[in-house]
Design a protein around this ligand. Structure first.
Ligand code: GN1
Ligand code: MG
Length: 373
């Protein structure tokens, strides 16, 4: 249905030229995305259009206000034409989004050309570059007061809250799926005591609230494309982190943890062959090195001291979210097969158990690079 609506919606954005084509772009678990191509004189230019999921983002104007602010801040620091952030195409009435006659919210960005993203990190160099991008993002925003940003999904980063949501789903068992997921619910609830790690450190004044991305998984980082070296290996520099929907007050541990849980096992987020899900310490090392370089002078010692635990915590939290959605009947994350959310939960929980085994080694990696800095 939104395929029809997109043709209508794009008329309300200030795009010069003549529309040549428009097609769906499969990305993410939440929004509907399209790409359009416009003839502009002798050139063609692409744009990205998104219908924002308003059952996930209940206050889209607040989401867009956060995004506008973060983009403006980075452009102030890096120049108006910087490729280190996204560029919003305004609507004909000068706003960053429109609401169509069906009540749906749409926005348009310039398509960032000559870039590529990856689902799986395979090269240490990619891990280093992705960490540089994410570290720079945190650093650029380190002088913004977190309180100036809306928390657009309440308690989004709060891991104990994810356990409360799991409890609710288990006690309702609306789809009768609890039986099928017994091992997974046991795995999660056995680790509940670790859930409050970050909240406790924040309460103790050790981990500050910052403006964070909150969805910095590896495939949200775009790399510059470079000509292939013949081996199919692409060593382009990391350029920009996209998908700014969840920019909000949070902790650096969430961002680093989410990036790391998506990088260091070098498998897809829904990998069903769990034997493949192992911690690659070299990738973790390059991630830590890149992140610490890019955040030099910004992070506190208490934040650095938790960098080996954050990836495990965020994997646990995301696994709990997938599991909860499975129990609730797949109402939040898009799925492509019946047990998709259960499979995703299993992968995240395997990451947790692999990281439990690797804890001392991961801690040693952080110690090595934080001393080196
Ligand atoms: C969702 O749709 P996408 O892929 O940008 C989710 C993130 C999860 C991620 C897991 C608003 O992001 O929190 O970490 O899936 N976004 C929201 O792939 O819940
Ligand atoms: Mg997202």
């Amino acid at each position: 249905m939104s395929d029809v609506h997109v043709n209508e919606a794009i008329k309300y954005f200030l795009i010069p030229g003549e529309l040549k084509a428009i097609h769906p772009f499969k990305v993410g678990h939440i929004n509907e995305t399209y790409i359009s191509v416009w003839g502009q004189g002798a050139h063609e230019k692409r744009y990205l259009h998104q219908m924002v999921n308003k059952s996930v983002f209940k206050d889209v104007p607040a989401v867009m206000e956060n995004i506008e602010k973060v983009i403006a801040h980075i452009k102030r620091k890096r120049g108006i034409d910087t490729r280190e952030t996204m560029t919003i195409i305004p609507s004909t009435d000068g706003r960053s989004y429109i609401q169509d006659q069906h009540g749906e919210y749409w926005r348009t960005y310039e398509f960032i050309e000559d870039t590529i993203n990856y689902e799986v990190c395979t090269e240490p160099r990619q891990a280093y570059e992705a960490a540089k991008v994410m570290g720079r993002f945190l650093t650029y925003l380190s002088d913004c007061p977190a309180s100036a940003y809306h928390e657009t999904i309440p308690l989004f980063q709060n891991v104990p809250n994810r356990f409360v949501q799991l409890d609710e789903a288990m006690s309702k068992d609306s789809q009768g799926r609890c039986k099928q997921a017994r091992k997974e619910t046991q795995f999660a609830t056995a680790r509940r005591e670790h859930a409050a790690l970050v909240e406790n450190l924040h309460t103790q004044g050790k981990v500050p609230r910052r403006v964070t991305h909150s969805d910095p998984k590896f495939n949200n980082v775009l790399f510059k494309t470079v000509p292939s070296n013949g081996n199919g290996v692409n060593y382009g520099e990391g350029l920009v982190v996209v998908d700014l929907d969840t920019v909000m007050p949070g902790t650096m541990l969430y961002d680093f943890g989410d990036l790391a849980r998506s990088v260091v096992v070098a498998t897809a987020e829904d990998e069903v062959d769990l034997a493949k899900v192992t911690v690659n310490e070299e990738l973790f090392g390059e991630l830590v090195r890149g992140y610490l370089e890019a955040t030099c002078g910004v992070l506190t010692a208490d934040e650095i001291a938790q960098m080996h635990l954050a990836p495990r915590l965020i994997a646990l939290s995301l696994g709990v979210r997938f599991l909860t959605d499975f129990l609730n009947g797949d109402v939040y994350f898009k799925i492509h097969r019946l047990t998709h959310n259960l499979d995703r939960a299993r992968t995240q929980f395997r990451i947790v158990s692999e990281m439990e085994k690797a804890e001392a080694r991961m801690q040693a990696v952080v110690a090595r690079y934080s001393k080196a800095g």
